[in-house]
Write a protein that binds this ligand. Structure first.
Ligand code: MLC
Ligand code: AMP
Length: 504
């Protein structure tokens, strides 16, 4: 009897759109048939004659576009777990990801090989260029409960943790959003977000490809390039973080009155849907955008561990400063400090979430996994209130988590890196409010024996150790750090040191 291979859900979906475009733009036009073919080649090449990768972790460092998607799907189709690597990461950060995930193979394009420094020799890593992959034979059956992907996310521990996604979770997240936001095969979207985090990977790429829509890939966000294509009416859907909306507003201000600005405004106005998320969208930016373009941004709230949980409605009031209501299938409640579930108008508490989109484990870290759940609920650490039918995010329960440019950063991770500096004796990292970035990383340090260091020198030194977006943007050298009676650094007082200084 002929055996029909059980394929990852997104691959099955793609078979319905074989002749449609999956990717377009400067990197060329590529159909779904092309993506299916290329991902099969990657899968067979990775299998090298074995029947199944059996959840081997395959790291990959490949530019956004058809190549990235083909490698990601290829790993899935061969039965592996895809571990995307941040192309802007520092070598020690990549090492942490590879070692924690236990990845022995890295798929990397020649243009990005220098990103990994000496790691292949040091870790005995097998490095493979995607276009050298080839093979033949059948592909394994991929059940939905299999693990598919690990995304690393910073948090209240000093090193990022690996959030494990199964195919079932990916299916739940994509199908929920495709329905809620009415994705259609005719949609076209630009993709300029980093491809090692949820927003770019799931909300943009996976949802678009789930729906049979087309993606224009960019290696990074560039306002000039994106606005030019918006003016040409290249897109129907747009998804970005608040810092990008700030940049677009600056671009529109700088070009006011030019024909290019007029066309760009009209292009934004004509889109079907524009979404903001990953960090709080100031109500002033929401209003400014609506005033300029006529578009009411749809703000939603999510997290790597839970996918998207709250969303303003596609139809109905999109309220500035609010994140709307739970998406279908998401169970959500607010919990007070004393651990009681609270609801009703004006309730304030930590967001706890349950549902098919929620992850079930941090990779190889059962202690962190069990700490983050209670009674089956995932505890997000985000504080929200419920007002007139909508949720509003008020902040976070931990001062050690910073959101800058939509990236979640761990103050503890940055402190640990800075403490490796030979003259830094103590340090405390905080997030300062910032109009462009949401928050900005600031470091208060105590130096050994009367030494000094400039911000620039500190950044130059630290850039070998952490990604650019984690670098301190403000520095204070102090004689001692503010501490409480227990000897613990009091972060609100550290923040006050910077804010007081700015006022004088
Ligand atoms: C970069 N710079 C920063 C910075 N990032 N400064 C302060 N804070 C930061 N976070 C500096 C650079 O070093 C550079 O400095 C200058 O800003 C301009 O750099 P750039 O290269 O133009 O910045 P760019 O790389 O374009 O970054 C801006 C950005 C990017 C907004 C496009 O940060 C971005 O793509 N953010 C999205 C992150 C994201 O996808 N998060 C989702 C996580 S998932 P100099 O001195 O060299 O000029 C998630 C779940 C959910 O949150 O709900 O979605
Ligand atoms: P990450 O861990 O990178 O997935 O980031 C998830 C975090 O981003 C959440 O825990 C929130 O703190 C924050 N976040 C995401 N969307 C929003 C939003 N719309 N408003 C405020 N914070 C948000």
């Amino acid at each position: 009897m002929h055996h029909q291979t059980q394929e990852p859900p997104i691959v099955l979906r793609a078979r319905q759109h074989r002749d449609r475009l999956a990717f377009f733009g400067n990197g060329g036009d590529h159909s779904y048939a092309d993506l299916l073919r290329r991902s099969e080649v990657v899968a067979l090449g990775l299998l090298k004659g074995s029947d199944d990768l059996a959840e081997e972790r395959i790291a990959f460092l490949v530019p956004t576009g058809i190549d990235y998607a083909a490698v990601q799907w290829g790993i899935w189709r061969a039965g592996g777990i895809a571990v995307p690597i941040n192309s802007g990461a520092a070598v020690p950060e990549i090492e942490h990801v590879l070692v924690t995930a236990g990845a022995r193979r890295l798929v990397v394009t020649p243009d990005l090989i220098s990103t990994i420094g000496d790691l292949s020799a040091r870790l005995g890593l097998s490095v493979v260029a995607p276009d050298t992959l080839a093979g033949s034979g059948p592909l394994p059956d991929i059940g939905c409960s299999r693990r598919a992907m690990i995304l690393f996310t910073s948090g209240t521990t000093s090193k990022p943790k690996g959030v494990v996604f199964t195919h079932a979770m990916i299916e739940a997240q994509a199908s929920t959003l495709v329905k809620a936001w009415r994705w259609q095969a005719e949609d076209r979207i630009p993709l300029f977000l980093p491809m090692h985090h949820l927003h770019g990977i799931m909300n943009v790429q996976t949802c678009a490809l789930w729906a049979g829509a087309a993606i224009e890939p960019f290696t990074k966000f560039d306002a000039d390039a994106v606005c030019l294509r918006v003016a040409e009416r290249a897109y129907s859907v747009f998804m970005a973080v608040p810092t990008i909306y700030n940049r677009l507003i600056s671009w529109l201000e700088q070009t006011t009155g030019t024909p290019a600005a007029q066309e760009t405004l009209a292009g934004f106005g004509a889109m079907r849907l524009m979404v903001s998320g990953s960090a709080a969208l100031p109500a002033s930016v929401h209003a400014d955008w609506a005033h300029r373009t006529g578009q009411m941004l749809l703000e939603r709230y999510g997290m790597t561990e839970i996918g998207m949980a709250l969303s303003n409605p596609y139809e109905g009031e999109r309220r500035a400063g609010s994140v709307g209501v739970p998406l279908p299938g998401v169970d959500l409640c607010l919990v007070s400090e004393s651990g009681e579930q609270i609801d009703g108008e004006g309730a304030v508490g930590e967001i706890w979430v349950k549902g098919d989109t929620v992850f079930s484990e941090y990779w190889n870290n059962s202690a962190a996994t069990s700490e983050s759940f209670e009674g089956g609920w995932f505890k997000t650490g985000d504080i929200a209130t419920f007002e007139r039918g909508y949720y509003r995010i008020m902040g976070r329960s931990s001062v050690d988590i910073i959101k800058s440019g939509g990236y979640k950063l761990s103050a503890l991770e940055i402190e640990a890196a800075l403490l490796d500096h030979p003259v830094i004796a103590e340090c405390a990292v905080v997030g300062l409010p910032d109009d462009e970035w949401g928050e900005r990383v600031a470091a208060a340090i105590v130096l050994e024996g009367g030494r000094t260091i400039s911000l620039q020198d500190l950044q130059d030194w630290a850039s070998e150790r952490v990604s650019a977006y984690k670098l301190p943007r403000a520095l204070l050298c102090v004689g001692s750090l503010p501490r409480n009676a227990m000897g613990k650094v009091t972060k609100p007082d550290v923040k006050a040191l910077f804010l007081d200084k700015n006022q004088t």
